[in-house]
Each structure stands twice: as structure tokens, then as C-alpha cells.
Design a protein around this ligand. Structure first.
Ligand code: ZN
Length: 297
């Protein structure tokens, strides 16, 4: 397991989410440790991992997502502002409740990064950076950005990419752990690598375009101006492409102009009748006020 100073806080945060819908028992944080310890040698481990990846049911997806979130949050702690966390969680949960996977233990958080980014872990954990929040202009844009991430979870984009991509690394790590005479701990550590690799390489472009379309539909169903995501993409498009705070987003997503083109084609005139739906500028401004006045690290 990875160790870092914020691990307990992150685990507590994720547990709070799962506990709220009564899934605590199904998501014991010690499960992965026990799972690895109980497997006998590389053969047993391989069989168990094959089982884990072969058919991923919902509890397994949620458990994997917690591991992913823990790995990704390791680099940056959650932002210490309970009111802001609550606000983002409420907007996100409302948007996610419009999806066909409303029953997932959705959890939304803000992390302490000035980079402009947002990411989704399987099972419904979604993080948006404070750098992204500083850039957005209203709640409809936030709903669109969170809706895009919800789209990745609903369509299982990361889960499917993990199923496809993680195997070679995992099996390679299993073999080297066995030859070095190490136990399962080395293999658990090896799970961290594929996660980081996937989230720094990004998904297929088509997954990104699909997440944009799903995000717009969900934000519109949630009662927001359908053009929120487009507004956020326009703002992103104005930032210089070589801005270091945009580097990861640029690397992992098609450029904002391409996304706007594809989104425009998909939306056509279909949603114009909803354009008078609210953007909640004032509520958003109040929620992010402290972020705007604080100096970036
Ligand atoms: Zn995306």
C-alpha cells in the first residue's frame, strides 16, 4: 500500500461517502491487504487478479476506485475548506443523480493543486483542483465540468482502460516479486504504477468526447444552462497551450477547440430551449471567494 501523510484523511473521506449509503461493510479498507496475503504465490495471485479484473462487479469497482483515488490524491491533499467541499459535493451529487448510475456512492472533492484539472476514479470518486475552480465563472460551468467526469464513471472509461492496459505490468511485477522472494506487498505497490500511468497518459479521445456529451446532458437535466461546459472549454481555450498549470490537462485531453467543435456538432440546436436555465453566478462566486483571494502556492 502506498503511504503518505494524508492517507488517513483520504481514507476517512472516502469512508464517509461509502458509509452514507451503507456500503461500509462491503468496502473494508483492509480487504486489499487480506486479498493479497491470502493468495498463495504468484499463481494464486494471478488467478485472483484475473478474477478481479475479469468481471468487475459494482462493489469491486468501488473498491478499485478507492485505491485509484488514494494513489492520485497522494500527490496533493484535499483543500482545507469544509464549506467549499460541501458545496462542490452537493453540485456534483445532484448532477450525478441524473445519471443511470445514480446508485453509486458519488463523492466529489477539491484538492490543493493550482493546476487546472479534474479527474474521476471508477466507482464515483471525483476530484477537481482548486486551480480549475478559480478559472470557472459560474455553477453551470462547474456542473458541466463535474458532469464530464461523471460521464467517465458512468461509461466506465477508466475501468475499461485499466482492464485493457494494466495486465502486462501487473504480471511482470508478480514475476519479479516472486523471483526476488518478496511477498504480495510488492505486487500491491505495482498497482500504483498502472494507475499513475493511465492518469498521466489519458484516455482515448473518443472517451473524452463522449464524456463531454454525457456531461452536457446531465448538467441540463440537473436544471443548469446547457452551455456551462462549453463556457469552461472556451475559457480553457484562451489559456496559452504551454502554460505549465495546464500541462496535464493538455496532455490527457483533446484541445478545447476540438472538444468545442465536437460538442457543437452533437448539441446542434437540441438544447437551445434550455438555455435560459440558471447559471447561479452569485452562489458560485460566494463559494469560491476564499480561493480567488488566496495566493497560489
Ligand atoms: Zn476527461
Amino acid at each position: 500500500m502506498i503511504r503518505h501523510p494524508n492517507r488517513r484523511r483520504i481514507v476517512a473521506w472516502v469512508l464517509a461517502a461509502t458509509a452514507s449509503i451503507g456500503l461500509l461493510a462491503a468496502c473494508n479498507p483492509k480487504q486489499i491487504d487480506a486479498f493479497v496475503k491470502s493468495s498463495g504465490g504468484v499463481d494464486g495471485l494471478t488467478a485472483n487478479l484475473k478474477g478481479a479484473f475479469g468481471s468487475v462487479d459494482q462493489p469491486k469497482e468501488i473498491e478499485m476506485g478507492r485505491g485509484v483515488a488514494e494513489t492520485l490524491l497522494g500527490a496533493r491533499p484535499l483543500h482545507d475548506d469544509p464549506a467549499l467541499q460541501r458545496y462542490v459535493n452537493e453540485v456534483g451529487a445532484w448532477v450525478a443523480s441524473q445519471s443511470e448510475r445514480a446508485d453509486l456512492p458519488w463523492r466529489f472533492g477539491v484538492n490543493d493543486s493550482d493546476h487546472v484539472n479534474a479527474f474521476a476514479a471508477p466507482g464515483g470518486i471525483i476530484i477537481v483542483t482548486r486551480g480549475m475552480l478559480r478559472l470557472l465563472e459560474n455553477e453551470a460551468e462547474l456542473a458541466g465540468v463535474l458532469g464530464h467526469e461523471v460521464g467517465h464513471v458512468v461509461r466506465k472509461h477508466h475501468l475499461n482502460a485499466m482492464k485493457k492496459g494494466a495486465w502486462t505490468n501487473l504480471l511482470g511485477a508478480g514475476a519479479s516479486a516472486a523471483t526476488a522472494g518478496k511477498g504480495g506487498g510488492a505486487l500491491v505497490d505495482a498497482l500504483v504504477g498502472p494507475t499513475k500511468e493511465l492518469y498521466s497518459r489519458g484516455l482515448d479521445k473518443d472517451d473524452e468526447y463522449e464524456a463531454d456529451r454525457v456531461g452536457v446532458v446531465l448538467a441540463t437535466r440537473a436544471g443548469y444552462d446547457p452551455y456551462g461546459l462549453a463556457g469552461a472549454l472556451q475559457t480553457l481555450g484562451k489559456i496559452k497551450a504551454d502554460d505549465p498549470y495546464l500541462a496535464l490537462l493538455t496532455k490527457t485531453h483533446p484541445n478545447p477547440g476540438q472538444r468545442l467543435d465536437r460538442l457543437g456538432e452533437a448539441m446542434g440546436e437540441n438544447l437551445t430551449r434550455f438555455e435560459a436555465q440558471p447559471r447561479n453566478e452569485a452562489r458560485f462566486a460566494a463559494a469560491v471567494k476564499a480561493l480567488r483571494t488566496a495566493k497560489p502556492d
